[in-house]
Design a protein around this ligand. Structure first.
Ligand code: RET
Length: 232
């Protein structure tokens, strides 16, 4: 837990590799923007350019050993992740809500609940005292519950024959991946069970899956269903 600031540890390799994957993905999605056949496909693709570019920026800050603070107990806390998530997770939910055809009220609600969830993770991670850490975490999980409900149950009401299969695949992928985040948080920023190097490894894997792979399904696999989604 007590890695010197300037020492190049294994985790930095994971951060640079993920930075590279994010830059590559941003360009791949940009290609999809350029080649889009309809405005809907162009909008979905553009959102993933933003998501991967924001992540690339956060990863560069962490790889340069800038995006963290050292807590009183000596452990590094990488707040750069939360800046990334505060911008990218609402966009991911906005996309999924749009694919479903959910109206603007529920889309707005799910985005704000998501912001609350990310900010509770930030405050929980900044806490050194154990009590506030886990109370923040509990509050974050509380915000995650309605998000989970909307995605897995409520949004399905708005599906049509074209969007049903893509939404089902995307929503299962999203919920499975997103449930792993709080578990990973509990073992890293929250509970210090996993070292900072492995914290990087696990969040790198999760972020590549939740942004690049997940986005590739939307934009490259299900692109022909996108024009049939409501709104946006
Ligand atoms: C926190 C801690 C508080 C409780 C919960 C959390 C959930 C975080 C999630 C993050 C998802 C991030 C993604 C990033 C990149 O694409 C904040 C860890 C529930 C679900 C998808």
């Amino acid at each position: 837990t007590n890695t010197p600031d300037t020492h190049v540890h294994t985790g930095i390799v994971f951060l640079w590799v993920t930075f590279g994957i994010m830059v590559f993905s941003a360009f791949a999605f940009f290609l999809s923007v350029i080649r889009a056949r309809t405005e809907k496909i162009r909008k979905f693709s553009a959102t993933y350019v933003i998501i991967c570019s924001v992540a690339a920026t956060a990863y560069m800050s962490m790889a340069f050993q800038q995006g963290f603070v050292r807590k009183e107990n000596g452990r590094q806390f990488y707040y750069a992740r939360y800046i990334d998530w505060a911008i990218t997770t609402p966009l991911l939910l906005f996309e999924l809500a749009t694919l479903a055809g959910a109206g603007s009220t529920l889309t707005f609600l799910i985005v704000i609940l998501d912001e609350i969830m990310i900010i509770t993770g930030l405050f929980g991670g900044l806490s050194v005292r154990r009590g506030p850490t886990w109370i923040w975490f509990g509050m974050g999980c509380l915000a995650f519950l309605p998000i989970f409900y909307l995605i897995t149950i409520h949004f399905r009401k708005y599906l049509n024959e074209h969007t049903r299969t893509p939404y089902t695949v995307q929503s299962i992928g999203l919920t499975v991946l997103w449930i792993i985040y709080p578990i990973c948080w509990g073992l890293t920023d929250g509970g210090y069970v996993i070292s900072v190097d492995y914290e990087h490894l696990w969040f790198c894997i999760l972020d590549v899956l939740a942004k690049c792979v997940y986005g590739a399904f939307t934009v490259f696999v299900f692109r022909n269903a996108l024009p049939y989604s409501e709104g946006y």
